[in-house]
Design a protein around this ligand. Structure first.
Ligand code: SAM
Ligand code: SF4
Length: 467
């Protein structure tokens, strides 16, 4: 088995990119067709699509990504919120507001009681899936993290408010530390490489534990060995050439799939945003909205069964376009300062990590998503039923997962509407649910009847119904 460092070497990635340069329109068209047929793409084929510049080919690519998204995920969009436990960090990432040299930031580490208050505030908005984040310490601070996860799971608010899945995005750990994390009932473990380009990585991370490129690159090997089979990878777009990062991310995904029998559960596509007191405020390699859409579409075709996550770093109009062309999970109502969900925005501005561009509350996002006939999903069924890692992919790849996903998404959305929605959101939401129920009825009457009966059970007070 090849070492990951060999798989993701600069030489190899530049070779893939230069082989792809100058490919013909016919070749691009053939690759788009292959992607449309859910066959996935090799990193080289993806690199060819990343060179597309002509408007007609761009549109063809976006359309194919839309078809793949709808075929595999249906019209669903999974919703979650980040939960920052602290903003204390011993690293010096040049782009981040939490870097240790930032003297102006108000540092904070939430107590267990404060964590519970944050979770309670998120549950009152209707959140069921959380992503826990922290800064990186000299030692892993694992007990604090594990206690924080346990505290967050304990919270139960009125009307069936509970956290049903906690994903974690924290710094790389040792094998032993990952073994403890694996026992903490987490969903996905995520860590972004930031940039796969070694010289750029070195410049961006001059000091601290994170300065070690290889330690970060091999993080998912340690996570997998420790039994964490749901992992999420990503790159921080804007630090280096986006084509390089996409090819590297796909090589990483391919390596994980070949080595552990399962590729990443998700890929994330954060774009660099200005952060207070960060030496780098502007992207050294800015990526336009058009190219950003293109890269999301290419990822959708290349790894059709892998979730794509988009955060509130992006503005509303772009988010609305991207969820049609490939994105399958979005964060909503996010705040990047510890303690910010129960406090006014002014106070949390002094503790935030970077600037966000979509500050809409949950109800507004949900109404807008529903008006586009997409089902906002709070579903956590697969993870709670043990359909993770290879078991999840065994269902996802033959397309069987959608038998579960759509009904489950509808049930969680109905639960949201019943518990939390205002009049406007309820109206949009019910119209969306009726539309999808009619669609199911035309193909599978039995399933439609089961969903209707589940809706009735919910009206009578039952919660958390899923397949
Ligand atoms: N501190 C841990 C780490 O770096 O792995 C946990 C994740 S950190 C809280 C979350 C992510 O925020 C980082 O991996 C980085 O990609 C992203 N980030 C940091 N500064 C950013 C900025 N200025 N704009 C956009 N994303 C940023
Ligand atoms: Fe710390 Fe993570 Fe920010 Fe780097 S990106 S300074 S490791 S919080």
């Amino acid at each position: 088995m090849k070492q990951l460092q060999e798989v993701i070497s600069e030489e190899r990635i530049f070779n893939v990119l230069s082989d792809a340069a100058g490919s013909s329109r016919q070749e691009a068209g053939r690759i788009i067709d292959k992607g449309r047929n859910l066959q996935g793409l090799s990193p080289k084929e993806a690199a060819v699509l990343l060179t597309i510049d002509e408007e007609d080919l761009r549109q063809l690519l976006l359309q194919a990504a839309r078809e793949v998204k709808e075929q595999i995920y249906g019209k669903r969009l999974v919703i979650f919120a980040p939960l920052y436990l602290d903003n204390i960090c011993h690293n010096s990432c040049l782009y981040c507001g939490f870097r240790k040299e930032n003297q102006k930031i108000e540092r904070r580490r939430l107590s267990m009681e404060e964590i519970k208050k944050e979770v309670s505030a998120l549950q009152k908005e209707g959140h069921k899936r959380l992503l826990i984040l922290t800064g990186e310490k000299r030692d892993a601070d694992l007990d604090y993290l594990l206690d924080g996860i346990a505290a967050a799971y304990q919270v139960q608010t009125k009307k069936g408010g509970q956290t049903r899945r906690i994903n974690v995005e924290v710094a790389p750990m040792t094998d032993k530390e990952f073994e403890s994390l694996a026992e903490a009932n987490i969903g996905t473990y995520t860590c972004f490489q930031e940039t796969y380009h070694r010289p750029t990585y070195k410049r961006m991370h001059p000091r601290g534990r994170k300065a070690d490129f290889d330690w970060r690159l091999t993080v998912m090997d340690r996570a997998q060995r420790a039994g964490i089979d749901d992992v999420g990878i990503g790159a921080l777009f804007g630090l280096y050439d986006y084509r390089y990062e996409v090819v590297a991310m796909l090589l990483h995904a391919q390596y994980l799939s070949e080595t552990y029998g399962v590729g990443p559960h998700t890929v994330s596509v954060p774009r660099l945003q200005p952060a207070a007191e960060a030496p780098i405020r502007k992207s050294p390699y800015p990526i336009s909205d058009e190219d950003f859409k293109k890269l999301v579409a290419v990822l959708r075709l290349a790894i059709p069964y892998t979730g794509i996550i988009l955060s509130t770093r992006e503005p509303v109009s772009l988010r609305n376009q991207l969820f049609m062309h490939g994105v399958s999970q979005i964060s909503v109502g996010s705040r990047t300062a510890p303690g910010a969900y129960q406090q006014d925005e002014q106070g949390c501005g002094k503790r935030a990590q970077f600037t966000l561009h979509d500050s809409r509350p949950m109800s507004e996002v949900v109404a807008e998503v529903a008006k586009a006939n997409y089902i906002p999903s709070f579903c956590t069924a697969c993870y709670r039923e043990g359909r993770t890692g290879e078991a999840f992919m065994d269902l996802a790849i033959p397309g069987k997962i959608s038998n579960y996903c759509k009904p489950n998404a509808m049930l969680t959305f109905k639960e949201y509407l019943t518990n939390y929605a205002d009049e406007v959101t309820t109206k949009a939401g019910e119209a969306c649910l009726n539309h999808h129920l009619r669609e199911i009825k035309s193909g599978d009457k039995q399933l439609a009847q089961w969903i209707e009966r589940a809706f009735d059970r919910m009206q009578r007070g039952e919660r958390d119904i899923y397949l």
